[in-house]
Design a protein around this ligand. Structure first.
Ligand SMILES: [Zn+2]
Length: 373
């Protein structure tokens, strides 16, 4: 840990470097150019598609599509996501098609269908979810600040499943997806074929699977499909080589879900769950990457899992209903956010809203998130 440089910085998956310490203000992020790994000659081995996005690159994707963060405010970055293991308790095909439900209720084809439908219903979904009077009032009471500002978009990670789904889609659906990628409603994170393990994998395989996934994204979506962050939320343990590879890929940061419990306690107690990790002594600053450890692995706050696979209470906002619960749910949410602000160094916190194989019925999630916000 001594070798790691700790800095007060937070990056949201939304992309912006939202809070940069003096140390990092002088840090030259522009130098994080694509290393030799980007040019790994995989096309000798695997055929690449020549599919090109029919839409010109948009200026609204990536960082440009994020709400600017507000100084002096608690900025809550809500990240709807699904974690889809490319093979775990079931095979890849069983996960994709949703078979063998007695082993695990998980069908990735339904997740992608459902998310695309949900995004089509409300093109401003991420934009409309900003502050409301309720939120301001509650924060005045609980956090003694004036406003919370919420960022929201859907991210997708495991491209092995995405391509399996993509090649079966009608051109109309593909056009919708390209639009979501271009307007920032849908963002790819990490972008490899899978979220690789960091302990037993060989670096050559890691580079191969990232190269393949990233080249496919580039072929199909161009610049707007380029992931900017690593998302290693479920590997059990992390290696400096992985940090080094992410840095050399040109990523702006990597977010981790699981670290050793004692280190996590220490880091949260010392507000050092965000750091710049130097992956390689030999490469020096070329292997530096912003690294953030998430508050609750990649799960939603306790009581806020709105998926069909969960049993948490939905948000009931009809005041005539005997089950009306908005006040309590909002209080609970702000209690959670308040706890986060005690252990992170900046006013930017990331709240993950998703779990393993969530969003098979995406509207259940989105409807409740809309109400919460
Ligand atoms: Zn997993």
């Amino acid at each position: 840990m001594k070798n790691r440089q700790i800095a007060a910085i937070q990056v949201s998956v939304c992309g912006a470097l939202t809070k940069v310490s003096d140390y990092l203000k002088t840090y030259n992020w522009e130098n994080q150019t694509c290393g030799k790994f980007c040019l790994y000659p995989i096309d000798d081995v695997l055929p690449l598609t020549t599919e090109k996005s029919p839409l010109p690159p948009s200026k609204k994707c990536g960082y440009q599509s994020c709400h600017p963060v507000k100084e002096g405010y608690i900025n809550v970055h809500i990240v709807p996501h699904t974690h889809d293991d490319v093979g775990w308790l079931k095979t890849v095909d069983q996960y994709y098609y949703g078979s063998k439900s007695t082993i695990q209720m998980a069908g990735v084809q339904y997740i992608l269908d459902s998310v695309v439908d949900a995004l089509r219903k409300d093109k401003n979904r991420r934009h409309t979810l900003t502050s409301t009077i309720d939120i301001q009032l509650h924060l005045l009471i609980f956090l003694n600040i004036t406003l919370i500002y919420i960022h929201f978009r859907f991210i997708y990670v495991e491209t092995a499943f995405f391509w399996k789904w993509w090649i079966k889609q009608h051109d109309t659906v593909k056009a919708h997806v390209r639009r979501f990628v271009n307007n920032g409603q849908l963002e790819f994170i990490s972008g490899g074929w899978s979220m690789n393990d960091e302990a037993v994998t060989h670096y050559q395989s890691i580079i191969d699977q990232l190269t393949w996934g990233l080249r496919k994204l580039n072929d199909s979506f161009g610049e707007c499909g380029r992931p900017k962050m690593g998302w290693q939320i479920d590997p059990f343990g992390h290696s400096k080589e992985m940090a080094s590879i992410f840095a050399q890929l040109g990523f702006d940061g990597v977010l981790l879900g699981r670290i050793d419990y004692q280190e996590k306690t220490f880091r949260l107690n010392t507000k050092s769950a965000e750091m710049v990790w130097r992956g390689s002594k030999e490469l020096g600053s070329k292997s530096d990457i912003f690294t953030g450890v998430m508050f609750n692995t990649y799960s939603p706050p306790s009581g806020f899992c709105f998926d069909v696979l969960c049993t948490d209470e939905p948000i009931i906002d009809d005041r005539k209903s005997a089950d009306y619960n908005v006040d309590k749910r909002v209080d609970d949410f702000f209690g959670y956010v308040k706890n986060m602000t005690k252990v992170y160094a900046t006013n930017n916190v990331i709240v993950t809203m998703g779990e393993d194989f969530n969003y098979q019925d995406a509207d259940v999630w989105f409807k409740n998130l809309d109400k919460l916000i």
